[in-house]
Design a protein around this ligand. Structure first.
Ligand SMILES: [Zn+2]
Length: 362
């Protein structure tokens, strides 16, 4: 039986720094979720159930709260952590690891590696060049309005242990083992994508969303995924199409658990999805049905179609126009259509679809 010794310096270890190159934003890297994770793990390693209070401390930490909001992941962790760390559950763990592919197995495999790499993770946390993420931050600013500099935006990046993943919203939560495994270039690209989500989310004044009470809101909501994921994907996925990067084509994309090769394939098929979206927009379906059908035409939750359309706008209309258009899906589609008129290789929407978009009347 292996019981990990706690690393005392980790318990109170919080890295915090400011990006001084710009007045606007402060980025805080916060690793305070890590010692809570190990407190749970150590309790379980002693074959004891963590108290309600300890689970509560875990689940209410902002990092784990964000993970829970992204698909009830804390509920998964509460079931998988005992399997991975409790010696009395080792048989059950074996069954999950050797059994059919499942979400349980996906979490368990990751946490088994976390368990075996505790020392490496601690070393990485104390030595990694988190200051280097400034580069990613600056990269994401290239795709945001200039007046973002006037706002005082504070971004928190939480480091935690959960699965091979990261989530970006108004805060970013990143798995520490994922960062340890990634090359610094991969990590920078990932952060540029997530910074963009976070900063776009903070710049509400530019957004032109239809009110949620609007009858056409389900359509707007589905279409909004496209600029949201598209512009952020320019930051980390453009290089998937570089010859030099192609050697990595079988690499797993950090957020999607899919390969780069698959992404390239899906982008090549994007015109077929757009043709479907065209006929959905002009169909007699209700707004709720249309919204649902559009979602079904957005592989990788909008990243693929968004990348295809955003790249076209940037190439044919310029980055400035893309930056402005990203806050309104109606504007975004209008700019895309202008790009498609300039480049015959791009999918072009029907007049009827463009008229239907205008009627959404944001
Ligand atoms: Zn994204």
């Amino acid at each position: 039986m292996l019981i990990h010794k706690p690393y005392p310096f980790l318990l109170f270890f919080i890295i915090s720094f400011h990006f001084s190159h710009t007045a606007l934003s402060q980025v805080h890297i916060d690793s305070s979720a890590i010692p809570i994770f190990w407190e749970i793990a150590d309790t379980l390693s002693a074959d004891q159930a963590p108290s309600v209070v300890l689970w509560e401390k875990f689940a209410t930490h902002p990092a784990y709260a964000q993970i829970q909001a992204s698909g009830n992941r804390v509920s998964f962790l509460k079931k998988v952590l005992p399997l991975v760390f409790m010696p009395s559950k080792s048989e059950q763990l074996k069954k999950v690891l050797e059994g059919k592919e499942s979400a349980f197995q996906y979490f368990a495999q990751h946490l088994v590696e976390v368990k075996s790499k505790r020392k490496d993770l601690a070393k990485f946390l104390s030595a990694a060049d988190f200051e280097g993420y400034k580069v990613a931050y600056r990269k994401s600013l290239n795709y945001l309005p200039l007046d973002i500099e006037e706002d005082q935006v504070q971004l928190n990046i939480y480091l935690a242990l959960f699965e091979d993943n990261g989530f970006g919203g108004k805060v970013i939560t990143m798995d520490l083992l994922h960062l340890l495994r990634g090359t610094s270039e991969e990590n920078l690209d990932f952060f540029a994508h997530e910074f963009h989500h976070a900063l776009r989310g903070h710049t509400q004044k530019h957004q032109l969303y239809a009110p949620t009470s609007s009858t056409v809101y389900p359509i707007i909501e589905a279409l909004n995924k496209i600029p949201l994921e598209g512009v952020a994907s320019i930051l980390d996925k453009s290089k998937y199409f570089d010859q030099a990067y192609y050697g990595n084509s079988s690499a797993i994309h950090p957020n999607q658990m899919e390969t780069i090769e698959e992404f390239q394939q899906l982008v090549a098929e994007a015109p077929a999805n757009l043709a479907q979206i065209d006929s959905i927009l002009t169909s007699a379906a209700t707004p709720a049905e249309k919204g649902k059908q559009i979602f079904q035409q957005l592989p990788w939750s909008g990243h693929v179609i968004g990348f295809y359309m955003s790249s076209a706008i940037e190439k044919k209309r310029g980055r400035k126009i893309l930056v402005k258009a990203q806050y309104s899906s109606v504007r975004f589609f209008a700019q895309y259509q202008k790009a498609a008129k300039k480049d015959k290789s791009l999918y072009r929407f029907s007049k009827e679809a463009i008229a239907a978009l205008k009627e959404l009347n944001e």
